[in-house]
Design a protein around this ligand. Structure first.
Ligand code: DQA
Length: 176
């Protein structure tokens, strides 16, 4: 991984649908946690047939439509996710990042450290789950991230990534 989130922020061209001219310079980070690299193969009756590459294409298309840039990253490692969250917090404080769309996978249900990272970085974060975790096993009903999230998108399949990006742009962009 070369460069920081801010260094790699590419201005989006043609800011159609953008509520503020500033957004053309700003970026959204989409982070996917453990096992989401297996999308398409993994439990397709729960998660669908789209691959992670398909999800990243959806994110890029959605961001382009909204006139923002997007960067997508995936890791199976909690510490790596924490480092990226810290980096994202710094980029947001520098005015270069609108916020984070975060599918933390199973770490959602176990990781106080990830919640502390989001809170400690004062990062605007939308929690996302492809499946409706509340209709699944009881251990998926608890989320350590919900309490530090600006919003939550659950159960819309991979379309949730587009909804979360749009929600984050609407949430973080001043209306005229
Ligand atoms: C998930 C739900 C989690 O419970 C699970 O561990 C995942 C994916 C979802 O997107 O529905 O890995 O976050």
């Amino acid at each position: 991984m070369v460069g920081t989130i801010a260094e790699r922020a590419a201005p989006a061209s043609g800011a159609r649908g953008c509520r503020g001219a500033d957004n053309a310079l700003k970026k959204i980070l989409v982070l996917n946690g453990p096992n989401l690299n297996l999308l398409g193969l993994r439990e397709p009756t729960v998660y669908g047939s789209a691959t992670l590459a398909d999800v990243e294409t959806l994110c890029r298309d959605t961001a382009a439509r909204l006139g923002v840039a997007v960067e997508c990253r995936q890791s199976n490692h909690e510490g790596q996710l924490i480092d990226w969250i810290h980096e994202a917090g710094a980029a947001q404080r520098a005015g270069q990042l609108l916020g984070l769309v975060f599918n933390a996978g199973a770490y959602t249900h176990t990781s106080i450290a990830l919640a502390d990272a989001v809170k400690g970085s004062s990062l605007t974060m939308i929690e996302l789950h492809i499946s409706n975790v509340h209709a699944r096993e009881a251990y998926r009903h608890r989320s350590y991230l919900s309490g530090v999230a600006a919003g939550i998108v659950v159960g819309f399949g991979v379309d949730g990534y587009a909804l979360a990006i749009e929600g984050l742009v609407r949430r973080t962009t001043a209306r005229p």
